[in-house]
Design a protein around this ligand. Structure first.
Ligand code: HEC
Length: 138
């Protein structure tokens, strides 16, 4: 019986790692690529909207926790307004107000907001966030 336990334990550890791995591949990134990347680049130069890394940095400066930042970002995307904007006012003057993303489900918006937040990680050098999701599972 003892012999059966080892491979079983190894299997458990392996599948736990596999689950972790899935969790680490952000679904938010896919939402971003489908729905946001037409306007937003991740790092400068901008397309027709401010790049994601500096946006994430602003949200991180404004909100103490990821949960609070994700909540505010989700609300903004559902109903963008100048009053709810967290980034520099010049961004709206330069690019115009973002159109509402209310066609997306709240789950998708929350996932993509979490992904955006993660792009502004500590130390935020240029491009740092862009490489962050890679390499976790390989
Ligand atoms: C049609 C172009 C366009 C698309 C598509 C778009 N955005 Fe934007 N977004 C903008 C513009 C322009 C701004 C800057 C003005 C503003 O903040 O409203 C902006 C601003 C933002 C901000 C900062 C909001 C603030 O002012 O505090 C976030 C966060 C954001 N976008 C996330 C997203 C995400 C995530 C998606 C995809 C679900 C997305 N955007 C899709 C054009 C777009």
């Amino acid at each position: 019986m003892k012999q059966a336990i080892l491979p079983l334990a190894a299997g458990l550890i392996f599948s736990a790692a596999a689950v972790d791995c899935f969790a680490a591949v952000p679904d938010g990134k896919a939402v971003f690529e489908r729905n946001c990347s037409v306007c937003h680049s991740v790092a400068p130069p901008p397309k027709s909207a401010p790049p994601i890394i500096p946006i994430a940095a602003r949200y991180r400066a404004e909100f103490a926790t990821k949960a609070a930042g994700v909540k505010a970002m989700t609300a903004f995307m559902q109903s963008p307004s100048k009053a709810a904007s967290v980034i520099e006012v010049q961004a709206i003057e330069r690019f115009g107000l973002m159109p509402s993303m209310s066609a997306l489900s709240e789950a998708d918006l929350r996932a993509v907001a979490g992904w955006v937040w993660d792009q502004g990680g500590a130390g935020m050098g240029p491009g740092r966030g862009a490489g962050q999701p890679k390499g976790t599972c390989r």
